[in-house]
Design a binder for this molecule. Structure first.
Ligand code: BTN
Length: 334
C-alpha cells in the first residue's frame, strides 16, 4: 500500500525538526513535481498546519493542529506500528461498535478505529462513557486471534498493564491498574478498557480492545457526576499533552502487546508489570457482583487473572468478575 503524500511530507518534516527539508528532496521522495508537493502542503494548511518556507533551505513545520488529526497520527506512528490500518472518524456511535461492524464486513485485521467524539461510547456493565470532543482519546483495536475464550481475562489485564507502562514512559507519570480495567491515579480514573469478542464454537473469532483515555480534557469540562472521580493525564502531568503524538503511541504499543500475547511471550514480563502497576494490592476493598458484596484485602491475581481477596476470617476468595471499590486510598503526594 503506498503511503499518502501528506503523511510522507509530515514524516519528513517531523524527522528533520527544527531543520528544513528542501522542496526538491520532498519532490524526489514523492516522485512528483515541486508544484505537486506544494498542492499537498496546501491540503495540510487547510487542516491547520503551517509551514515556513525559506528560499534555498526549503520548508519547516511551524504549526500543527491541536485536535486529533489522522495524517499527523500516521506520521508519528513508529515503523513497526505501521502494520495497522487506521480508520479515523470525526464522530461515531462507539469505536468498539464500528470496529465490530468492520470486522463483520470482512475488513482485514489488525486495524484501529479512532474518533474525535462518540455519541454512544460505552463502558463496562453497559454504562455510558463520556465521549465529547474534548481532547480525550477514544480508540478501538480489532484483531482476529483464534484463541480460547478463557484467555480473554488475562488479555485485558495484559493490555491494561501495557497502557500503564506507555503512560508511565510517555508522560513520566505513575499510573496504577485497578483490576480489571481502569487506569487510575490515587483512585481517580484516567482511562478505561473494554474488551469485546465474538466467539465461534470454542474460539475467539473477532476481538475488539476499546480504550478510552482522558488525555487533555480540562477539569471544568467534566459533567458534574464525573468531576470528583475522573482525572486526565494533562491534569496529572500539569500541562496538556501533544494529543497526536500521544495517540500514535498506544497504537504501536497495543500492536506489539497483542503479538506478545498471541505468541505466549507475555508470560515472561506479565508478573513484573503486574507488581509494578497493581493499584489494589494490600488495600481493603469491596467487590460487588450485582447485589452481592464481598470485602477483603486485595492480594493480587491468580494465573487466570482472577482477583484474590483475603477476608477477615483468613479465607482467600477468588473473583473472575465484579466491580471493586477501595475503602480508602491514601492521599496523593505533591
Ligand atoms: C470502562 O471503564 O467501563 C471501559 C470504558 C471503555 C471506553 C472506550 S472509549 C473507546 C471504546 N469505544 C467504546 O464505546 N468504549 C471504549
Amino acid at each position: 500500500m503506498t503511503t499518502p503524500p501528506e503523511i510522507v511530507i509530515l514524516r519528513e518534516l517531523l524527522d528533520r525538526q527544527p531543520g528544513f527539508v528542501s522542496g526538491s528532496a520532498l519532490a524526489r521522495k514523492l516522485g512528483m513535481s515541486r508544484v505537486g508537493v506544494w498542492a499537498h502542503m496546501e491540503k495540510l494548511r487547510e487542516q491547520g498546519f503551517a509551514f515556513k518556507a525559506v528560499r534555498s533551505r526549503g520548508y519547516r513545520l511551524t504549526r500543527r493542529p491541536a485536535a486529533l488529526n489522522a495524517p499527523l497520527i500516521e506520521a508519528h506512528l513508529r515503523r513497526r506500528a505501521r502494520d495497522f490500518t487506521l480508520v479515523f472518524l470525526d464522530e461515531i456511535d462507539s469505536t468498539n461498535s464500528e470496529a465490530e461492524r468492520q470486522l463483520a464486513a470482512g475488513r482485514a485485521a489488525p486495524f484501529a478505529v479512532l474518533a474525535r467524539r462518540q455519541t454512544h461510547g460505552r463502558g463496562r456493565f453497559g454504562r455510558a462513557w463520556h465521549s465529547e470532543a474534548n481532547g480525550n482519546l477514544y480508540a478501538s483495536f480489532a484483531f482476529r486471534p483464534r484463541l480460547e475464550p478463557a484467555r480473554m481475562q488475562t488479555f485485558t489485564l495484559w493490555m491494561g498493564l501495557n497502557v500503564c507502562e506507555l503512560v508511565a514512559n510517555f508522560c513520566h507519570l505513575s499510573p496504577g491498574l485497578k483490576w480489571p480495567n481502569d487506569l487510575v491515579f490515587a483512585g481517580r480514573k484516567a482511562g478505561g478498557m473494554l474488551t469485546e469478542a465474538r466467539v465461534d464454537a470454542d474460539q475467539i473469532r473477532d476481538l475488539v480492545f476499546g480504550l478510552g483515555l482522558n488525555v487533555n480534557c480540562p477539569r471544568d469540562a467534566w459533567p458534574r457526576g464525573l468531576a470528583a472521580t475522573a482525572t486526565s493525564l494533562a491534569e496529572q502531568a500539569g500541562a496538556p499533552l501533544d494529543l497526536n503524538r500521544f495517540a500514535a503511541a498506544p497504537t504501536g504499543r497495543v500492536l506489539l502487546a497483542y503479538a506478545d500475547f498471541v505468541d505466549g511471550d507475555y508470560g515472561k514480563t506479565f508478573p513484573d508489570l503486574w507488581h509494578r502497576y497493581d493499584s489494589l494490592r494490600g488495600h481493603m476493598v469491596t467487590l460487588a457482583q450485582g447485589e452481592k458484596k464481598f470485602s477483603g484485602i486485595a492480594e493480587g491475581i491468580d494465573g487466570e487473572g482472577a482477583l484474590l481477596l483475603r477476608t477477615d476470617a483468613g479465607k482467600t476468595l477468588r473473583f473472575r468478575a465484579g466491580e471493586v471499590t477501595v475503602e480508602k486510598y491514601p492521599e496523593a503526594k505533591g
